[in-house]
Design a protein around this ligand. Sequence first.
Ligand code: BGC
Length: 769
Amino acid sequence: MKDYFKVDEWKIIEEGFDPLYNKIAESVFSIGNGRMGQRANFEEAYSGETLQGNYVAGVYYPDKTRVGWWKNGYPEYFAKVLNAANWIGIDVNIGGEQLDLAKCEILAFRRELNMREGYLKRTFHVRNEQGKEIKVDAIRFCSMVDDECGAIRYTIIPVNFSGDLIITPFIDGDVVNTDANYDEKFWDEVKKDHSNDGAFVQLRTKKTGFGVATAMKFSLIKNESFIEFTSSPVEKEKYIGAEVKLQVKEGEAITLIKYATNVSSQNYPADALEKRAADVLAHISQKGFDTMLAEQAVAWAQKWKHNDIIIEGDAKAQQGIRFNIFQLNQTYTGEDDRLNIGPKGFTGEKYGGSTYWDTEAYCVPFYLATAEQKVARNLLLYRYKQLDKAIANAKLLGFNNGAALYPMVTMDGTECHNEWEITFEEIHRNGAIAFAIYNYTRYTGDESYLTDYGLEVLIAISRFWAQRITWSAQRQQYVMLGVTGPNEYENNVNNNWYTNTIAVWCMQYTLEVIDKVKQDDIVKYNALVSKINFKETVETDKFKDIISKMYFPADEESGVFLQQDGFMDKEQLLVSDLPSSERPINQKWSWDRILRSVFIKQADVLQGIYFFEDRFDEDTIRRNYDFYEPRTVHESSLSPCVHAILAAKLGDVERAYQFYLRTSRLDIDDYNNDTEDGCHITSMAGTWMAVVEGFGGMRVKDDTLSFAPLLPKEWRALSFQIGFRGVLLNLKADKIGVLIKNISEQSIDIMLYNIKYKVDANSELFIKN
Ligand code: BGC
């Protein structure tokens, strides 16, 4: 764990520059607006260690799969989030020397992410090899209002010299993905152009043919007035810059305002991109940088109004949760149902594709409670629209009759992953997709989703389970062989308790929804039956048979559910037996040793207990928690949050707090030694769950919201906002009691510590501890 960034409730601050931390800082200071985003690379040249990253949501490239040994059923392509044109570039040349922080003496440096207002600021003072000193003050952001745009204000002050300064704002599309399988470049140039105050590059992805036009327009300010200038084009392949030669005076600031846009053929015809880019730039440059920045602050204030979580008395915890909420809002806004939430969002390339089970298991609850209903619905529709591909994917593996296996990793519905133990075996992902439908319906009460889309997905998923589960003549029970559970440190196991549990639950839920839809809208039900050729009696009989005769492994002696058959044969070590020099085990041990060990990567049995907690009494939850947590190394970012929620439920607030810090500050403090690859965006939604479901005790039961706040001793107070079925609630818990404000025109019944209360419209309820 590192303690590199300053603690501040609304900002992330890097004071002084350490090149060894640069890639970590580039990840942490990333900015985005749901439509585009980028790592916090420098505008000017930097020859030190850096990971260049600019991303345009939904634009991907199907890189040809690379494996050591081909297995039938592997997808041929792995669709990758693409590193796109760099629009921030500003080359600065002082007296013939290119500004490059890796080659200068750094006299002062500060990088700051302002989360309240949504911008990145960097100031530095450097001395170059000729002894010339400059100060730079740079602010940039991806606009939340004009979501195809970004803007930069870059001010240079010559500190101890007068003379030549060349500034070249540029766009560089000649970029690579560091994770390219065959070191290929994924973009072709279509056209480019330069004008005195701007430049334009249009690129097209190989194979997928996505067109993206990246364009810039700039102006220069001296002594607070715009100045005339002449620029000359600098052209290279997929690159275009506009070089401006200036004479500067010691102490006199020169400011470059750079407006940029990315417009994509997902939204406009490819031949209209140039015009669209020009229109967008004309629009924002007319507004001006200051107006855009002010609008950005207003847009973020709106977000925070609905999303903010306030933790009083603990600045580290406060900074952590705000950072997580900030990054989630930068990654996905829910405007477009073709988009999803990648594990790294716009902060890095790792994990390639954009959609994992993370979305359904972790992100949906966050968006359900903090955004308009359509946002979570769009996440569900994303999967609905990919159902055909999930059916094709299952078919490729030998399933039939409309059985669907959703991909482990995807951009457009096709499977992208190619490790057999994950691609073919980590099938629990199907369960999370069904669970999200249940969660959405439970939270919103919108049952029309089930009729119009949900049931079709549920039947396809249940059909998959019904074929994937097999009959064991010896046990006289159904079993599920050869799977990988959420704990990826075990592969090809039989009867993973979590997967068996969620599979059976899917079938139960499907049966319930069939009954419901039949009752609500028999016409639509019949239309669905014929569309998917559903043999109701035969197929539901099979589901019922499996439900009643499924085998769930358990260990009678210790009274715990068994993660999988044979788990007790392992040497029963605990994480506390591991020397810290051997952790993280995924960086220190061979894979073989990991697989044979007892150590668990992330919540597995406990993930199931978290999803279905109402089925278990507290003793059962405690026994399983006490057994599994000490064997868990939490080497997936998705792990600590689930443990925080369960620890809080069991009243172990101290443990819950430790897990909370770990999940909320995972990237800021680089707990897992991997923040340089990008931030763990999807687990950030888990952090939110840890606060709201863990310390706030929020649940939805029988159409009613319930709370049971329990605060760590470090916190003076906790407050958060929740949207629920048209009602906006603000809950504040402190040492004295719990205050719930209903900020809406509708009254609501809620449960607080298991007692029912009515909170009238625009009124509040205060219950003393
Ligand atoms: C976890 C998976 C997760 C993936 C992407 C892996 O390390 O084990 O559960 O889906 O990361 O976040």
